[in-house]
Ligand binder design. Structure first.
Ligand code: ADP
Ligand code: MG
Length: 682
């Protein structure tokens, strides 16, 4: 049997249900078998009718004791059926399900689960679920799985689909671990695990099957990550940079480093001055001052006769780094160049030539600088800014541009340490946990759309004080599919309206790089007062004079993203403001926006974000291209993660050949897809 068979052709599904199942990510038999319950309800305990408690959901066994009766009360159809066991009688009640009455025959025995209530001197059980007592029970009388659903799909239906699939396909699920491995780590075999994760025989079996599946998810994830990392790791010694006096560099700075910056820089320099290859992650909240640290480290590399390079995720940010660095290195005899996608071929060829012959000391750029034709003479230090925007492979390719190159990756997305260890594996971590002095907390307000005019008046007041403002919209242009503000429309509206006496600019991802840069430069240089934009300004852009940011449709953004966006202001000693405008105000939206108004601390926000969205989303496929964790939870299952990490280490040390583990190899390839490209698994 074929686990990749389309779910539509499975017994009890058909085209209509297939569409519903697709909505929850189930397209094949395999998808369904891996659609694990989100929780369980223990309906094992069978209670005699005369012992049922009012107000509780309980399970009992009873036979149909009379005919179904139907009542109409206004628009409501009520169906009642009497049932009995040896101890007493109750009435089953359904609302607006008239077809129910045809389902039962007098005398048939059922296991029944439902909420019990008492009215007009009679005990009722409301909307019960029932299984025939002589068939395999899947809805009552056992630990019952509860799945995440979509409208139009009921627990009963999905349970029966999965139950039938298990009967038919369980034997086709293949074990990826061998006998010894299962024994060594005390793992349940895969067939029992899949069966029990859906329909547990007992709480004990449920525990064991969870353990097995979580272990497997972590094992495969860790194995793939390790293979990717090993590919670029060699044991050869790194560059041992000579100590450099940073006096000249620091004498030009207009500020002193914070203690946290000082500490981070020392950790980086210690790596560089030692003979080992640096592999370091620099974490620091938005505005904590990472750029100057990168600049100092690159200065050291260059003064040692090496080249250095910094890669940024967007053209705007690359350009900004370029100008910042140019200023920092002024008169320090360093040749610095910018390479991005929008640079003309002629200029590009010159840069490529000069990077190859070593004339350029520092190359700043976007993804363009990891293209194949860019070859460094001697790249000594490769820095990736806003690392979370790049994938594992891009970082690795960048490093490959040099030999034994030191690597520094910087991120403003703070993640708990254990997670960092998993995602970045062998990286050492430095943290800048202090903002430069004089920064004021960004005052943040969450308002509903009815107060939008007042928000804009507030913006006008700030601009009149000589400050600048951002207005961020989720879309570029209006869409009839998505109901949200678009930058183009907002721009049109305010340019001619409330802001007509000011200079308003528009920037979004659909514009040509040249146009984007032109507008951004005007904003940086103070020639634009109010910048309407999409999230292209999200990472890194630094305009200290900007003191207010308005985010339209704030409900559409993730918390981490809102925090990044908010970080565009509060970059000087001026009091700054962030106004979040929500166009729908559900409880979840309220909760999330409240987090933003309460704290400016990126770590706290990241934690809340994880809590609300779950790690699957937070570290999901989109950001890192890593396999999705269906069952494992990086926080709750941290102990299993550690065990799986050790198991991977041992497994790889055993001189494995994937020929002997072809099922494991297949699983690995399926989960990681093209991430493993170029890695030989034999
Ligand atoms: P991020 O960590 O978000 O990349 P940046 O490096 O862009 O932050 O720094 C934000 C702003 O803070 C810049 O204008 C920078 O010049 C300034 N800055 C950095 N370090 C300090 C410091 N120690 N004291 C005062 N200002 C600083
Ligand atoms: Mg930055």
């Amino acid at each position: 049997m074929d686990l990749s068979k389309s779910i539509q052709y499975v017994k009890g599904v058909g085209p209509k249900r297939a569409l519903l199942l697709k909505k929850i990510g189930i397209e094949t038999v395999k998808d369904a078998l891996e659609y694990y319950p989100k929780e369980y309800e223990n309906r094992e305990k069978i209670i005699p009718i005369d012992m049922l408690k009012i107000g509780e959901k309980q399970t009992f066994k009873a036979y149909i004791a009379g005919k179904a009766r139907e009542y109409k009360v206004k628009r409501l159809t009520i169906t009642k059926i009497p049932v009995k066991d040896g101890s007493g009688a109750v009435e089953l009640v359904w609302y607006n399900q008239p077809y129910i009455k045809g389902n039962f025959k007098l005398g048939e025995e059922y296991i029944i689960n439902g909420k019990v209530f008492y009215k007009y001197g009679q005990i009722y059980v409301e909307n019960p679920v029932m299984d025939r007592s002589d068939s395999l029970n899947i809805n009552a009388g056992r630990i019952v799985p509860i799945y995440k659903l979509t409208e139009g799909l009921s627990q009963k239906v999905i349970r029966s689909i999965i139950f039938n699939l298990l009967k038919e396909y369980l034997n086709d699920i293949e074990e990826i671990f061998d006998e010894n491995f299962l024994k060594e780590y005390n793992l349940l075999d895969i067939k029992s695990a899949i069966k029990n994760i859906h329909f547990p025989e007992s709480s004990k079996m449920l525990e064991r099957s969870k353990y097995r599946l979580v272990f497997q998810e972590f094992f495969i994830l860790q194995l793939g990550l390790t293979l990717i990392k090993n590919r670029y790791n060699t044991d050869k010694a790194g560059i041992k940079f000579r100590r450099v006096d940073l006096k000249d560099f620091f004498s030009k700075l207009k500020f002193h480093l914070t203690q946290a910056q000082e500490r981070a820089l020392n950790e980086i320099l210690d790596d560089m001055y030692s003979g080992k290859v640096m592999n370091r992650l620099l974490q620091g909240d938005v505005g904590s001052g990472k750029t100057v640290i990168a600049a100092a480290a690159m200065y050291v590399a260059v003064k040692n006769g090496y080249q250095a390079s910094i890669m940024a995720p967007t053209e705007i940010l690359a350009k900004q780094h370029y100008f910042t660095l140019k200023e920092l290195y002024d008169e320090l005899d360093i040749k610095i160049e910018l390479l991005t996608g929008s640079i003309g071929t002629k200029k590009k060829n010159i840069i490529i030539e000069e990077i190859k012959n070593g004339e350029i000391d520092i190359l700043v750029g976007t993804h363009s600088l990891i293209e194949e034709n860019v070859q460094f003479k001697n790249l000594g230090l490769a820095i990736t800014d806003e690392q979370h925007r790049f994938g594992v492979r891009q970082r690795a390719v960048f490093k490959e541009k040099g030999e034994q190159t030191d690597v520094l990756v910087m991120t403003a997305t703070p993640i708990p340490r254990t997670l960092a260890l998993m995602l970045y594996g062998d990286l050492d971590i430095s943290v800048i946990d202090e903002l430069p002095p004089g920064r004021k907390k960004i005052e943040t307000y969450a308002i509903s759309a009815t107060l939008r005019d007042r928000a804009y008046k507030f913006v006008i007041n700030e601009v009149k004080k000589g400050r600048q403002a951002y207005i961020v919209c989720p879309l570029i242009e209006d869409s009839n599919l998505i109901n949200a503000k678009s930058a183009e429309v907002v721009y049109e509206e305010i340019y001619k309206g409330v802001f007509k006496e000011f200079r308003v600019g528009l920037v979004h991802g659909g514009m040509s790089s040249n146009d984007k840069n032109k507008v951004m430069n005007e904003f940086v240089n103070g020639k634009i007062d109010i910048l309407v934009s999409t999230t292209v300004i999200e990472v890194g852009v630094n305009v200290p004079n900007a003191s207010v940011i308005v985010i339209e449709n704030a409900e559409r953004f993730g918390l981490a993203q809102l925090h990044q966006l908010r970080g565009r202001v509060g970059r000087s000693s001026n009091q700054s403001y962030c106004i979040l405008i929500a166009y729908s105000y559900s409880d979840v939206v309220k909760k999330r926006l409240k987090v933003m108004t309460e704290t400016n601390d990126g770590f706290k926000i990241a934690e809340k974000d994880l809590e609300i969205r779950g790690p699957g989303e937070f570290f999901g496929v989109k950001q890192h291209g890593l396999p999705e964790l269906k069952l494992a939870n990086i926080f709750e299952d941290i102990e299993i993660l550690k065990l799986a990490q050790k198991a991977v280490e041992k497994f790889l040390n055993n001189d494995i050949t994937f020929k002997r583990h072809d099922k494991m190899k297949a699983e690995l390839v399926e989960r990681f897809k093209d991430k493993l490209e170029g890695i030989v698994l034999n």
